[in-house]
Write a new protein. Structure first.
Length: 223
């Protein structure tokens, strides 16, 4: 048995001057989630956007908001992101003092909880939280910027994460984020990922065509 394969286009690569329109396009093309990257200029070098942008696009769509917090001490803002319209909130293991409490907080607000690990963080570090998680995000690039290349060592890390969940009888989602294209999606799917984030590969060029190509790459794993 395997979890459904979900496409989560990352709006970091969108044209923000026509963001609402582009969200409609990915939704119409059949994407299930919208990946929303929040960066604080401290946990990662860059700054993206925050609650007001999320609240504003929330009014335009019912698509699942998959919020990826790349911020220090995420516990400070869980309630605000929930209020802004997040359906799923993912924070970084490296950024939280008490990850277990953050997961509980997200759940207490009725949202799905995700935990993310940077490429250098051992996958084993997530084991204490495995049974609480709705999703593990295995970063496949160094977080902070779109348009980077997939780190090949990620494949074995995805496999390890899937093994850990399976051994414990857990069916959590495994998300991958960074450098995923229609050409390499099969690598992460084969390793056990099932929630696929893609920024540049969806928003650069023809959105509808890009979603279609990504779906084609998923098809072999959806039998
Ligand atoms: C990187 C972000 C990603 C980014 C992915 O820190 O978390 O979500 O938007 O962009 P691509 O798919 O272009 O690598
Ligand atoms: Zn992301």
């Amino acid at each position: 048995m395997r979890n459904n394969i979900i496409l989560s286009p990352s709006i970091l690569a969108a044209d923000f001057s026509i963001l609402g329109k582009q969200i409609k396009e990915v939704e119409a093309a059949g994407a299930e989630y919208l990946h929303i990257d929040v960066m604080d200029g401290s946990f990662v070098p860059s700054i993206s956007f925050g609650m007001p942008v999320i609240a504003s696009i929330r009014k335009t769509t019912d698509i699942v908001f998959d919020v990826h917090l790349m911020i220090e001490r995420p516990e400070r803002y869980i309630e605000e992101f929930a209020k802004a319209g997040a359906d799923s909130i993912t924070f970084h293991l490296e950024a939280a003092k008490e990850p277990g409490n953050v997961i509980d907080k997200i759940h207490s607000l009725g949202k799905r909880a995700g935990l993310s690990v940077k490429p250098a963080t051992p996958i084993a570090d997530m084991v204490p939280y495995a049974d609480k998680l709705d999703m593990l995000l295995v970063m496949t690039v160094e977080p902070g910027f779109g348009g980077q290349a997939y780190i090949p060592e990620s494949t074995e890390r995805i496999r390890e994460a899937r093994r850990i969940f399976t051994e414990r009888g857990l069916a959590a989602d495994i998300q991958v984020d960074g450098g995923i294209t229609a050409d390499n999606a099969h690598v992460v799917l084969e390793a056990g990922a099932n929630v696929i984030v893609a920024g540049s590969a969806i928003f650069k060029g023809d959105i509808r065509e890009n979603v279609k190509n990504m779906r084609k790459a998923f098809a072999a794993f959806e039998k």
